[in-house]
Design a protein around this ligand. Structure first.
Ligand code: OSB
Ligand code: MG
Length: 367
């Protein structure tokens, strides 16, 4: 079980199409993997931070620094993922950096003990319903074409990215083209303020599942006010950085639904705690995404298989993002993706693919 080394792997992958949100346009992913290595086993974790601090204050080069300088020194040869989480609590914030190390330690520990991540977390589903996040398109015709393509692929829920100037008309056009029954939601990535409440209330007529993160990350109280002024259920993404924040947000009525992203909350164990809290209160949750490659996607699917994940997640198939994923591709079957059920996260990078993507590997001896 003893950990010998940790590699920090930096790599790069292009997206199949640009992904525009209210915070920026992503054309590729600047990747950081944590690779835990023992005598007989290995474990992999993917850091979800973006190249620039636009979605969150964390960014991938900053995460690399925190991981190397503050988190790897906490890792001892026989540490469990849980013990790591306890030790890492002394480091403030830096959720995405912590989550990447936790994920690699979990994969390693579960491979050593022959358990699947899904089993470890308490998954009750063997496949999960898959939604897709649609970036802001240049015009409405293009948007309708993109949505139609994803509908043909089989995605059971469409999420439209919105921002001021690209919102009510876009949603109306998609509703008119695809009908009132299609599961539809929107994500503003914090692009509005409470002064936009009357404007956002114009979305009420479109029978949306939810509006995700309309206001700033820090404006949790603003979301309480907004929740009273619009009929669409408010879901928080960026604001929910921990179990404590989730509990407080629910207690004060800031949201009715939570998007759980393991990277944003510091890992899979914290995600499980937030799930359990929401499940006990009857609050729906769903699994968000950060354009992960197969390593992060595999682990997200295990989480999304827990019983409280009653809404389809942004857990799309590999080909929605990449021509060639770093692992065996995840594929959509009738709107669902199978949950990996072998040991650990159930997948590993394909060596040749990873090598071709890799720009740098730094090696740290443990113990
Ligand atoms: O806000 O959910 C978000 C991607 C990157 C950063 C933030 C978000 C997203 C997405 C896409 O909406 C989720 C995915 O398909 O991985
Ligand atoms: Mg979001």
């Amino acid at each position: 079980m003893s950990i010998k080394r940790i590699e920090i792997v930096r790599a790069h992958i292009n997206l199949v199409s640009p992904f525009r949100t209210s915070f920026g346009t992503e054309v590729d992913r600047d990747l950081l993997y944590v690779h835990v290595i023992g005598d007989d086993e290995e474990g992999w974790g993917e850091c979800v931070a973006m190249a620039a601090p636009l979605y969150s204050s964390e960014y991938v080069d900053g995460c690399e620094e925190v991981i190397k300088r503050y988190l790897i020194p906490l890792v001892t040869p026989n540490i469990t993922a849980h013990e790591f989480v306890v030790a890492a609590a002394s480091i403030r914030g830096n959720f995405m950096a912590k989550a990447a190390v936790e994920a690699a330690l979990l994969d390693y520990q579960l491979r050593c003990t022959r358990l699947s991540l899904a089993g470890f977390l308490g998954a009750t589903q063997t496949k999960v319903a898959s939604g897709v996040s649609v970036g802001i398109q240049p015009d409405i015709d293009t948007l309708l074409g993109v949505v139609e393509g994803y509908r043909k692929d089989g995605y059971v829920r469409i999420k439209l990215k919105i921002e001021p100037g690209f919102d009510i008309d876009r949603v109306r056009a998609v509703r008119q083209a695809f009908g009132d029954e299609m599961l539809l939601q929107v994500d503003a990535n914090a692009a509005y303020t409470i002064d936009d409440a009357a404007h956002l209330a114009k979305l009420d007529e479109f029978n949306l599942l939810l509006i995700e993160q309309p206001l700033a990350e820090e404006d949790i109280v603003g979301h309480v006010e907004l929740s009273k002024r619009i009929a669409t259920p408010v879901c928080l993404d960026e604001s929910i950085t921990s179990y404590d924040v989730a509990r407080g947000a629910l207690d004060i009525g800031a949201c009715a639904i939570i998007n759980i992203k393991p990277g944003r909350v510091g890992g899979y164990m914290e995600s499980k705690r937030i799930h359990d809290l929401c499940y006990s209160r009857g609050v729906p949750v769903w699994c968000g995404g950060m354009l992960e490659t197969g390593i992060g996607r595999a682990a997200n699917l295990a989480l999304a298989a827990l019983p409280g994940f009653t809404l389809p997640g942004d857990t799309s198939a590999s080909d929605r993002y990449f021509v060639q994923d770093v692992t065996e591709p995840f594929v959509l079957k009738d709107g669902y993706i199978d949950v990996p059920n072998t040991v650990g996260i159930g997948v590993r990078p394909l060596p040749d693919v990873l090598q071709a993507m890799t720009s740098r590997v730094d090696d740290y001896r443990i113990g």
